[in-house]
Design a protein around this ligand. Structure first.
Ligand code: 13P
Length: 254
């Protein structure tokens, strides 16, 4: 199964629309020619969606939101819907990031509702999962991943294989500089792919891209990406500078 690698930045709560424009001008100059054998996406703040979409128009870069509400519209102060994100020109949404789960009360069933809302809007879900340090140390990693997968993908057994991307982001590796070793990441990815094969379908397991996230940097991206079940990276801090993220995008695939 041919899974095109996806290098995705997650800007989190960084960059105004003006800073976004400046960033894309800089990185596009560094990505010339644009590498055709990989995909590139950026999760940007809602306020920068339209500026980012304009800045990358005519390039293959996909702009993503970092959250979404599951209803198309309604009395939900402060929320933004999938049709609104699609109308802004975005192509994807990051769903269930551990910061949203830990700091904003996001739940597994909520993640599931969000995935079901974005697919019909033509947006690609990038669904995050991963264990905390305490869970890993207690030997619960696979149990936690299985529960997060079951909650996120409930009722989605018939979705087109490969309709969404999954990002394994161990919480202990996010923003800590403590990257999972390629072997540790591969082990979790292999578990996730096995779970998909068993609970969804072999076709879904073969077609679903599994991204790794957690302290991905220019100097460790190639080793991580060389693992058989790592199909991409979801990058926080190192996606904020054009120089650093261009290097990650241009990781050596040979
Ligand atoms: P860092 O790359 O800063 O560790 O963040 C990872 C992340 O949370 C991406 O979603």
């Amino acid at each position: 199964m041919n899974r095109k690698p996806l290098l995705a930045g997650n800007w989190k709560m960084y960059k105004t629309s003006r800073q976004a424009r400046e960033f894309f001008q800089d990185i596009l100059a560094r990505l010339n020619p644009f590498p055709a054998d990989r995909e590139v996406a950026f999760g940007v703040p809602f306020t920068s969606l339209e500026a980012a979409v304009q800045a990358v128009s005519g390039t293959p870069i996909i702009i993503a939101a970092q959250n979404v509400h599951w209803e198309p519209e309604g009395a939900f102060t402060g929320e933004v819907s999938a049709p609104m994100i699609a109308a802004a020109g975005a192509g994807a949404v990051i769903i269930g990031h551990s910061e949203r789960r830990q700091l904003f009360g996001e739940t597994g069933p909520g993640v599931n509702k969000k995935i079901k809302a974005v697919l019909p809007a033509g947006l690609r879900p990038i669904v995050c999962l991963g264990e905390t340090l305490a869970e890993r140390e207690a030997g619960l990693t696979f149990e936690v991943l299985a529960k997060q997968l079951a909650e996120a993908l409930a009722g989605l057994e018939k979705a087109a294989p490969g309709a969404l991307d999954l990002a394994y982001e161990p919480v202990w590796a996010i923003g800590t500089g403590r990257t999972a070793t390629p072997e540790t990441a591969q082990e979790a990815h292999a578990f996730i792919r096995g779970w998909l094969a068993e609970k969804i379908s072999p076709a879904a397991a073969g077609a679903t891209r599994l991204l790794y996230g957690g302290s991905v940097k220019p100097d460790n991206a190639a080793q991580l990406m060389a693992q058989p079940d790592i199909d991409g990276a979801l990058v926080g801090g190192a996606s904020l500078t054009a120089d650093g993220f261009a290097k990650i995008i241009q990781y050596d695939r040979s």
